[in-house]
Ligand binder design. Structure first.
Ligand code: FE2
Length: 267
């Protein structure tokens, strides 16, 4: 992106989480619960970028976009909430129970888990509106969508930040628990299971690639996703094309490098 860029980007209005929160320093990668928190920051940041893309483009898109732009944008926005659900389902069904079992405390992750319920209703409203637009029952109104985002996002954002603190707090178990292998096993199993599903290959994984920013904080998260280059090449050339009309609204290109948001509000 050029330095003269006047359009806003997806680094706001909802604030990204610094890698330094997990103790990330140049040339020194964190270990233990801090390494796990670092991976979670990466995922939470791409979720934050996604909703920022929706927030910052909704109004101009409804004023200037074509009928097809509006449908594609609604699909992009809906894929964001599907991705958020997928992330939280994995945590509730697999990751959090595994962490709790390792610590020997069944209630270990009850806090973050119960916080997911705090924004269920807000997300339902967001999704119901987007589905109504996609089914032709409602006109796309960017101001309305932005308002729905502003109702639910403060709750979601607070949760995404607090969960990092909870993971960092697991350092108190480090004498007896090695957290990272558990985290990597859960995430790895989930990815290999999901990669067999076409919706994951065409809708979810490409969204992740287009919302991850390799240039963030001088490349703190440049080594993502942890997939062999040949697999990644295949995903970019085959699966990212299926919904290319959605990804034009994302903050990054298929190589996870920043791209201009076509309908962003001016800075
Ligand atoms: Fe999370």
């Amino acid at each position: 992106m050029s330095q003269e860029q006047k359009k806003l980007w997806c680094d706001g209005p909802y604030e990204l989480i610094s890698a330094s929160k997990a103790g990330d320093k140049a040339g020194e990668k964190p270990t233990g619960s801090r390494a796990m928190a670092r991976e979670m920051i990466l995922v939470h940041n791409l979720l934050i970028r996604g909703i920022n893309c929706v927030h910052r483009q909704a109004v101009r898109l409804s004023q200037e976009g074509s009928a097809q732009d509006k449908l594609d944008f609604a699909s992009f926005a809906l894929q964001w909430s599907r991705t958020l659900h997928h992330h939280h389902n994995l945590e509730e069904d697999e990751l959090f129970p595994r962490l709790a079992a390792a610590a020997g405390d069944p209630e270990l992750m009850n806090g973050p888990s119960s916080e997911h319920r705090d924004f269920d209703a807000g997300l339902e409203k967001y999704e119901a509106y987007l589905k109504a637009v996609l089914e032709g029952r409602e006109e796309f109104d960017g101001t309305k969508l932005k308002g729905i985002v502003d109702e639910v996002m403060p709750i979601v954002h607070g949760h995404l930040v607090r969960e990092i603190d909870v993971l960092l707090g697991l350092s108190r178990y480090e004498g007896s628990v090695d957290w990272m292998p558990i985290f990597e096993e859960v995430v790895g199993n989930s990815a290999s299971r999901d990669m067999k599903q076409s919706w994951y290959r065409t809708d979810l994984f490409p969204l992740v690639l287009h919302l991850h920013d390799k240039s963030f904080e001088d490349g703190a998260f440049a080594n993502f996703p942890p997939v062999p280059w040949i697999v990644l090449l295949g995903i970019r050339w085959i699966f990212c094309r299926t919904r290319a009309s959605w990804w034009r609204f994302a903050g990054c290109d298929g190589n996870s490098m920043p791209q201009e948001l076509p309908f962003a509000e001016e800075a």
